[in-house]
Design a protein around this ligand. Structure first.
Ligand code: NAD
Ligand code: TDX
Length: 376
């Protein structure tokens, strides 16, 4: 039995990881620690929390007493730290919380793990470690800054973050590696490109565009829409983390990405086309439309779902132009490869959104309303 502390497990990627681990590792016990900020939703993992293989604790990764008590209560041998403030636009609006959660929160977890996992000191003064332990930091390609039209981020690309969000994630990576270099703590890091898939909070580009279409709202594209992101289906990210925590080397960084670069404007056009096609083929999907214009057959029409919904809005401050990951290291060393191509993944994602309107309605109530009004 392995016991994993999964922080941020009620958020987008963390929740997908909880479900993936329960489905694929019969010997896994999960302790999910999540503060349930605006981005966390316990209902996402409610059916997974059984009090036996999966426990849920509401709390802050920065709360020293709480985190230490979890290490005392459970035989945690692996920490996977997803918990973070994750949205670049919010970090531009109000940076401080990003530094507190992403840097100090990570350091608090590292320290509690160090306390729980060290068994003594060797002859040279370095701590000795309980066998088989691992602290894994979930990081991002944004730590490398922005690319021009050519080239890829490798693990040796210099760190050059631009936004308060990416600066905080970079700092957390450096602190995590400092624990490896100073104490020889078994730490690993994955730096992944943009994820998409189920349970993605609709402040991020792909779910925001889907939700706005359903509401009949304009589709805001920052700047001229030429910025490029490298999109990966979330389950492929979960598989990459699984490979690194179990087979990856401590003290190493692994880049994760699927060579799937797209301009933002092309992503938006693809979503428009996909929704229209799905609703044309399967009219039952039109139930998800909140903008309803009855057609001659009595069903809501989809004629208005086209590129005229796109509106170019003021660009994001310091907007990184292009991200693109070189995943050679994780592919050659650990045999990881993305399994879901974008054409399949985007249809699955759109379908998931159309079929989970209760989940969407729940997360866009409350905080989201004020945020959307401030932003757009
Ligand atoms: P998310 O915003 O959907 O989820 C973050 C979760 O962390 C939420 O459940 C939230 O309640 C929780 N949380 C926030 N502050 C906390 C605190 N102080 N203590 C405990 N829990 C707290 O984020 P996501 O998109 O799932 O990203 C997860 C991780 O993956 C982040 O570290 C992010 O930097 C990284 N990442 C994300 C992407 C992406 O495309 N979304 C890509 C690469 C890396
Ligand atoms: O309304 C929008 N219009 C728009 O043009 C939004 C929300 C975004 N965009 C653009 C900005 C980016 O170029 O789309 C692109 C993607 O934006 P986001 O979905 O906000 O993602 P990004 O800023 O690329 O960061 C994401 O990937 C890396 C995650 O939010 C991070 O947590 C992760 O580290």
């Amino acid at each position: 039995m392995h016991t994993y502390l999964i922080t941020g497990g009620a958020g987008f990627i963390g929740a997908n990881f909880v479900k993936y681990m329960l489905a694929t590792h019969a010997d896994a016990q999960l302790i999910v620690l999540d503060l349930l900020t605006y981005a966390g939703n316990v209902h996402t993992i409610e059916s997974d929390i059984d009090g036996v293989r999966c426990h849920f604790v509401k709390g802050d990764i920065g709360d020293r007493a709480l985190v230490e008590s979890l290490f005392e209560k459970y035989p945690i041998d692996c920490v996977v730290n997803f918990a973070a403030e994750s949205h670049v636009d919010r970090s531009i609006e109000d940076p401080q919380l990003f530094l507190v959660t992403n840097i100090l929160g990570t350091q608090n977890l590292l320290n509690a793990a160090r306390k729980a996992w060290t068994t003594g000191r060797d002859a040279t003064g370095y701590p000795t470690w309980r066998p088989g332990v691992r602290f894994h930091q979930v990081s991002t390609d944004e730590v490398y800054g922005s690319l021009g039209p050519d080239g890829f981020f490798t693990e040796t690309t210099p760190l050059a973050p631009h936004s308060p969000y990416s600066a905080s994630k970079t700092s957390a990576d450096l602190v995590a590696m400092a624990y490896h270099d100073t104490y020889r703590m078994p730490v690993s890091i994955t730096r992944c490109s943009n994820n998409y898939g189920p349970y993605h909070f609709p402040e991020k580009l792909i779910p925001l565009i889907i939700n706005n279409i359903l509401e009949g709202k304009q589709l805001p594209v920052y700047g001229d829409g030429s910025n490029v992101r490298d999109w990966l289906y979330v389950e492929d990210h979960c598989k990459a983390i699984d490979a690194v925590i179990h087979r990856g080397r401590a003290g190493e960084v692994y880049n994760v990405g699927g060579h799937n670069e797209r301009k933002n404007i092309d992503i938006v056009r693809t979503i428009i086309r996909t929704i229209r096609q799905l609703m044309t083929k399967q009219p039952a999907y039109r139930d998800a439309l909140r903008k309803r214009i009855a057609g001659p057959d009595g069903l809501p029409t989809v004629d208005w779902i086209d590129d005229s919904l796109i509106t170019f809005v003021t660009d994001r401050l310091g907007h990184d132009q292009r991200y693109a990951i070189d995943p050679t290291k994780i592919s050659t060393e650990l045999g990881w490869r993305p399994e879901t191509d974008f054409e399949t993944g985007i249809v699955k994602t759109v379908r998931w959104n159309l079929e989970h309107q209760d989940w969407i309605r729940e997360v866009i109530s409350g905080d989201y309303v004020g945020y959307y009004e401030r932003m757009y």
